[in-house]
Ligand binder design. Structure first.
Ligand SMILES: [Fe+2]
Ligand SMILES: [Fe+2]
Length: 184
């Protein structure tokens, strides 16, 4: 799903690095949604509006978030690694660290999803689930704050400088195919 957050026009598959940055905006947006629903609803019953935004945010991290991780790990990072030039070799350790972050974020999102589904089915969170949700969201907020900036400022910027037009097109085509979109 490529919903537009804010007024800035979306990038398309001919600009895969722009698209990856757009995805970061959605990650920030939907994480903020979860944090604010958690703060507003706490252990009280969810209002209909809170239920709607919670469902959307959980859906985003369950369905769209993993595709963004695949865009990076299966499309962008392999093309970068294959360059084998000094600028890229110096960044390899950072790329490995980003992949470690992905595993941590996936584990935290799985737990957020399980608690969020209980929240939707029961209408309210138990004290223990509420406490755990706050810890998970604080961890994810801290992780993404560092992770997204490192990708944008270092890895996407590096990719923009070292990848050829053809290599960027390959990344874009793979991202489109991952979403069932044919691109000529
Ligand atoms: Fe990432
Ligand atoms: Fe990313």
């Amino acid at each position: 799903m490529f919903t537009q957050i804010g007024g800035k026009p979306e990038s398309d598959f001919s600009d895969p690095l722009g698209l990856l940055s757009d995805c970061h905006q959605r990650i920030r947006y939907f994480l903020n949604v979860l944090v604010s629903v958690c703060a507003q609803a706490a252990e009280k019953q969810l209002t209909p509006d809170q239920r709607t935004v919670l469902e959307k945010a959980l859906w985003y991290f369950r369905e769209a978030g993993p595709r963004h991780t695949e865009d990076e790990e299966k499309s962008l990072f392999p093309v970068l690694r294959a360059k084998n030039i000094p600028r890229v070799r110096r960044a390899l350790e950072k790329i490995e660290k980003l992949e470690v972050d992905h595993r941590q974020a996936e584990a935290d999102h799985d737990d957020v999803d399980a608690i969020g589904r209980r929240w939707l089915s029961d209408g309210a969170l138990s004290q223990e689930d509420f406490r755990q949700m706050r810890i998970l969201l604080a961890n994810l907020t801290r992780l993404y704050k560092r992770h997204l900036v490192m990708e944008e400022a270092e890895i996407f910027a590096l990719a923009d400088g070292v990848l050829s037009r053809n290599e960027k097109d390959l990344v874009g085509r793979e991202m489109a195919a991952r979403r069932g979109i044919l691109r000529r």
